[in-house]
Every structure is written in structure tokens, then in C-alpha cells.
Ligand binder design. Structure first.
Ligand code: GDP
Ligand code: IMO
Ligand code: MG
Length: 424
């Protein structure tokens, strides 16, 4: 069974926890898009592990964990993460990096930081990890790939094209310092050493040999941050959707049996952009406090709101979700009432949207239409069987399934690996 784990909201849904669980039975775990903008948390054996680039499956030791062609890699961040894992005694011998992955260069992070800090309008609230500028250069065909680091000829030829263009933009558009070719070559030499133990030149053979094995694809970010289907322009620059697993890994669509969308029982978002069910009141503060909703990568407080079945239904469609893993439902244990947004109402003319309106510039005129469910007032964090969940909790889950028209296959009742209910 080959599965994709996809974030179904705006990221931070608990994907890493679910990936880690499913990785137990997988032979190959592939990160297919994004970069160190991701912050993935796994809690196991009373220890908390944080990942940015490296697939969460690495914790099992010895399993092949592949960072695919669809990713962008900041070499220093990769090096730091590998070093930290080794220091924690984790076996990283299974870690492999695609030679086709794109490299985030220092000028990418500088431009990302500059654009965010100086934006008068249209600020995205990025993680400032150079993600957008790296993908921009990749699409503009002026990016560097890991394989270039081991080919002096390719590197030389490419830099002769890239650097004059890049330096002009850095100086004239951003007022930033240009880079000499020698400086970039020296950096690339350093990067070549960082990646040397991990770069997988025989990735075609590896994928061919994995066709009869269990493959797990680990998504980063979430469907609503997808560059094609998310709340554009308030998105990341890659394709977190289920389809992204193919382009980002090198496997075809027939390899995929299941796409598990991970969603919280509520919604969070970091950074700018529309969020119809956002709660800026004490209920939002309560969710943030109980759910510890602060970013893993930037430490920013996450914006919180009620579960939005309108965007989630859209996620099921464009994300290609075949089932849902619902996380953090335990956060509602002390809530008297829980709301689900089932439609949007346009405050200008009363129009009701049951399907997600993709023009995000009208979202400021939309208000959520809620239905209210009773809470359960029981600590569910120790429950391991679906039948043992409180009736009101089961009713809430059943209603979500009805609205989304896909089964909820996993219910997560706490951050630990063990705090999981597999629903038959
Ligand atoms: P990811 O980016 O989707 O992997 O998610 P993050 O790691 O950024 O954020 C999810 C946070 O919720 C982490 O701190 C997890 O340890 C935690 N978490 C995951 N599942 C649950 C759950 O069911 N209940 C609670 N209370 N916390 C959870
Ligand atoms: P994980 O994998 C939540 C958000 C940023 C910003 C937008 C663009 O942990 O779920 P970028 O740096 O990608 O150009 O920023 O996307 N963002 C995330 N939000 N979780 C993430 O990753 C995110 N990665 C990027 O906050 O709004
Ligand atoms: Mg995260």
C-alpha cells in the first residue's frame, strides 16, 4: 500500500505525527516538495523531535528516507538538521537526497527577507527561508541543482548565465550586494561536501526497486497553501497536494493507492492571507493556548479558528484525499460548544457559498455560517478505541464525515505516537 500524507488545511495539521506512525510499515519515505519552511514535530518515547527537511520516517533507523526532486534545500539547514539528529543518536544511514533537488542560495534567503521586511502592500508573511525565490529561479530555469555541485563544467556554464542576471537584480531592484563567481564557487564546494554522503545518483534504480515495496510520501505545508490551488497569492511556492507527490518524487500516479489528508479539528494559519473562520476573540486564544499553537519554524503565534468544512471539502477534491486523519480533537475536551462552518455568506448581498470561492479578494466580505455541536467534557487523551470516545465526540466526527464525504480513518487524541485511534 503506497500512501501520501497531505496537509489538508494551511499547514501544521500534525502531518509529521501521522507520517511517523505510517512510516513504521513503509520501506521508502519520500519528502516531495517544499523546503525548510516546514516544521514537523514527532513525539515518541517521551522525546520531541523537530524536522524541517528530513522525512519523519528517519526515526525508525535504517529506512530509506528520500528528499525528492520537487524540494528546495538550504544546505546549511540540511547540515544542521542532520548534525542534530546524529547528536541525538538517530541513525541517518538511510537518508538520501535527489541530485535534482534545487539549492537555496544565500541570495534567495536575502531576497525573501528583503521582500517581506520591505513590503508596503501584499506581504505574504513567509518563513524567510528563501522558498519563493528558489522556486522562482527553478521555474525561470536559472536555478542550481544538487547535481551541478559535482559537475564543474555545468556549474561554470550555469553561473556565467545566472550571476550577471542575479547581480543586476540584487543591486538594482533590492539594493543588495552582488556575488562574485569565486565566492559562489567556494560556497558550492562547501555544499558539495555537505551533500556528498547523501546524494543519491542511482535514484532511478532505487525507485525501480521500490515498485513492489511500501512507499510513503510525506507532504509539507497544506492544500490551502498550494501555489496552484491555495489562497493565492498567500501561499507557498510548491504543490503540497496529492498530485505533487508524483512530480516531486519521480513516481507516476499509478503508484499511489491512498491519499490521507491530515486536518485539525479546528483550523490554524501562520502568515498573512484570508481565513474566514478566524477567531480573534478569547475562543481563538483558548484554542491557541490549549493547542500550543506557535510555529515550529518561526515561533510565530498561529491564527486559530473553527473547522471550515467549505475549504476542507475543496481540499478533499483538489488534494485528491481518499480519507482524513483528524488531529487535535483533544483540544476541545473542555469546550462546551464546538462549531463547524458549513457555508460562507457574502455580507454584501447575502449570497451563500457552499463551494469554496477561489477569488480570495472577496473573502473579506464573507462570514461563516456555523452549526453548533455540544462538547463532551471528558479527557479523551487516554482513549485508544473509537467506540470508547464520548458520544458527542463521535457525533461530531460522524458529522464531519457526512460533510466531507470521505471517511475519517485516523483520530489523533494527543501529540504522542501512542495517542492515536485507527478507525475501522
Ligand atoms: P505538521 O507541520 O503538520 O507536521 O505539524 P506541526 O508539527 O507543525 O504542528 C502540530 C503540533 O501538534 C505538534 O506540536 C504536534 O506534536 C501536535 N499534535 C499532533 N497531533 C496532536 C493531537 O492529536 N493532539 C495534540 N494535543 N497535539 C497534537
Ligand atoms: P508545515 O509543513 C504552516 C506559510 C508561511 C506563509 C506562506 C509562504 O510545517 O505544515 P514560504 O516561506 O513557504 O514562502 O511562506 O506559507 N507556510 C507554512 N505555514 N506550516 C508550514 O509548513 C508552512 N510553510 C510555509 O507562513 O504564510
Ligand atoms: Mg508544521
Amino acid at each position: 500500500m503506497n500512501r501520501v500524507v497531505v496537509g489538508a488545511q494551511w499547514g501544521d495539521e500534525g502531518k509529521a505525527k501521522i507520517t511517523d506512525l505510517l512510516a513504521q510499515n513503509a520501506d521508502l519515505i519520500i519528502r516531495y516538495q517544499g523546503g525548510c519552511n516546514a516544521g514537523h514535530t514527532v513525539v515518541a518515547h517521551n522525546k520531541t523531535f523537530k524536522f524541517h527537511l528530513i522525512p519523519s520516517g528517519i526515526l525508525y533507523g535504517g529506512k530509506t528516507c528520500f528528499i525528492g526532486a520537487g524540494t528546495v534545500i538550504l544546505p546549511e539547514a540540511f547540515e544542521r538538521e542532520v548534525t542534530e539528529l546524529i547528536e541525538q543518536g538517530i541513525d541517518v544511514s538511510g537518508l538520501k537526497v535527489s541530485p535534482l533537488a534545487s539549492i537555496t542560495m544565500p541570495y534567495h534567503t536575502e531576497v525573501d527577507g528583503y521582500s517581506e521586511d520591505n513590503a508596503k502592500k501584499g506581504k505574504i508573511g513567509t518563513t524567510k527561508k528563501g522558498i519563493g525565490p528558489t522556486y522562482t529561479d527553478k521555474a525561470a530555469r536559472i536555478g542550481l541543482k544538487i547535481e551541478d555541485l559535482y559537475s564543474p563544467e555545468a556549474l561554470n556554464e550555469k553561473l556565467d548565465v545566472i550571476l550577471p542576471l542575479k547581480n543586476k537584480t540584487l543591486e538594482k531592484v533590492y539594493g543588495l550586494q552582488p556575488y562574485s563567481k569565486d565566492c559562489i564557487l567556494a560556497l558550492c564546494e562547501k555544499y558539495a561536501q555537505i551533500f556528498r554522503p547523501y546524494v543519491c545518483f542511482d535514484w532511478q534504480e532505487m525507485l525501480n526497486n521500490s515498485k513492489k515495496k511500501q512507499v510513503l510520501f510525506e507532504g509539507a505545508q497544506g492544500v490551502m497553501l498550494d501555489v496552484d490551488y491555495g489562497t493565492y497569492p498567500f501561499v507557498t511556492s510548491s504543490n503540497p497536494i496529492g498530485g505533487g507527490a508524483c512530480t516531486g518524487s519521480g513516481f507516476g500516479p499509478k503508484m499511489i493507492d491512498e491519499v490521507i489528508g491530515v486536518a485539525k479539528a479546528y483550523v490554524t494559519r501562520v502568515g498573512e492571507g484570508p481565513f474566514v473562520t478566524e477567531l480573534t476573540d478569547e475562543t481563538g486564544d483558548k484554542i491557541r493556548e490549549i493547542g500550543h499553537e506557535f510555529g515550529v519554524t518561526t515561533g510565530r503565534p498561529r491564527r486559530c479558528g473553527w473547522f471550515d468544512a467549505v475549504t476542507m471539502k475543496y481540499s478533499v477534491l483538489v488534494g485528491g484525499l481518499t480519507s482524513v486523519a483528524l488531529t487535535k480533537i483533544d483540544v476541545f475536551d473542555t469546550f462546551d460548544e464546538i462549531k463547524i462552518c458549513t457555508a460562507y455568506k457574502d455580507t454584501r448581498d447575502g449570497k451563500i457559498y457552499k463551494s469554496y470561492p477561489t477569488n480570495v479578494f472577496i473573502h473579506k466580505y464573507l462570514e461563516p455560517v456555523y452549526e453548533t455541536h455540544k462538547g463532551w467534557d471528558v479527557d479523551i487523551t487516554g482513549i485508544r478505541e473509537y467506540e470508547k470516545l464520548p458520544e458527542n465526540c463521535k457525533k461530531y466526527l460522524a458529522r464531519l464525515e457526512e460533510l466531507l464525504e470521505v471517511p475519517i480513518s485516523i483520530v489523533s487524541v494527543g501529540p504522542d505516537r501512542e495517542q492515536t485511534i485507527f478507525k475501522k
